[in-house]
Design a protein around this ligand. Structure first.
Ligand SMILES: Cc1cc2nc3c(=O)[nH]c(=O)nc-3n(C[C@H](O)[C@H](O)[C@H](O)COP(=O)(O)O)c2cc1C
Length: 243
């Protein structure tokens, strides 16, 4: 895309817009911003996310209703629903392994370099052991094991089912931010929303119960009265600690 803002300008320009103009925005450009969203860093490159680009007026209306008719939803021309899909971990492992093997040139295992072997082993053993769980029980056993190990050496501790949900949600939120900044760079506006009935949203999108809505992003172009107030941030001294 041409004439884009600099990153710092796009970040400054982005605001949560609650009233959008009655305008059609280019679905192709929004799709390109979703492509950029998926370039966000992601834990173990698992990409446990999906993006539902809502352009259909009927679905927009349904989502608006499930989002309590909040203004950003009511006036948006399109929406992007960012979904965390922790449940797709096995599929993503297969994709990562296939990608690695292809990039190694499908040579025999005996010819792998140490680094290549480590990377493959990571997806074949380490990642499955982190994601595997059985109604939360295995996760707690892992947690206990790591807790004990932690007395003796630095240890990765986030291994419970709830921890893995956070892992998937974190990466999905980074993608959401990539998306909003990319939109801002081309003078398109957004409003991230978590005020919605997640069960209803999942039903509208035909998602299974394991999928989790990360956020819904209303999209269009800001109306003059679309920003509700001056940007407020607590002072840097309260959040910045140089060590
Ligand atoms: C995860 C998340 C959920 C949010 N949910 C809503 C929402 O449901 N409705 C809304 O109007 N704004 C929502 N916001 C926008 C915040 O209120 C907004 O980001 C904050 O007030 C700072 O303003 P700014 O984005 O203009 O800098 C949400 C923001 C985030 C990051």
């Amino acid at each position: 895309m041409t004439n884009e803002k600099k990153v710092s300008e796009a970040i400054e320009y982005r605001r949560s817009i609650r009233v959008f103009k009655k305008e059609n925005i280019d679905t192709g450009k929004v799709k390109e911003c979703i492509r950029l969203a998926a370039l966000a860093p992601t834990s173990s490159n698992m990409q446990l996310w999906e993006f539902y680009h809502i352009c259909s007026p009927e679905t927009l209306t349904q989502i608006t209703e499930a989002s309590f008719y909040q203004n950003a939803a009511k006036t948006a021309n399109q929406m992007v629903v960012v979904v965390a899909r922790k449940d797709l971990w096995k599929k993503r492992i297969v994709s990562n392994i296939r990608f690695l093997k292809d990039s190694y040139g499908n040579k025999p295992v005996s010819e792998y370099s140490k680094r290549e072997f480590f990377a493959l082993n990571y997806y074949q053993k380490t990642v499955p052991s982190l994601y595997f769980d059985f109604i939360g029980i295995f996760g707690y056993l892992k947690y206990l094991y790591f807790h004990i190990l932690g007395f003796f050496k630095p240890t990765y501790r986030e291994s419970r089912r709830s921890d893995m949900r956070v892992v998937a949600q974190k990466s999905a939120a980074l993608a959401a931010q990539n998306f909003m900044i990319s939109m801002s760079a081309i003078d398109y506006d957004t409003c991230p929303m978590e005020g919605f009935d997640s069960k209803r949203i999942k039903k509208i999108l035909n998602l299974n119960s394991s999928a989790e809505i990360n956020m819904i992003i209303a999209c269009c172009i800001r109306e003059e009265n679309g920003i509700y107030g001056e940007r407020f941030r607590v002072p840097m001294e309260e959040v910045y600690f140089k060590i």
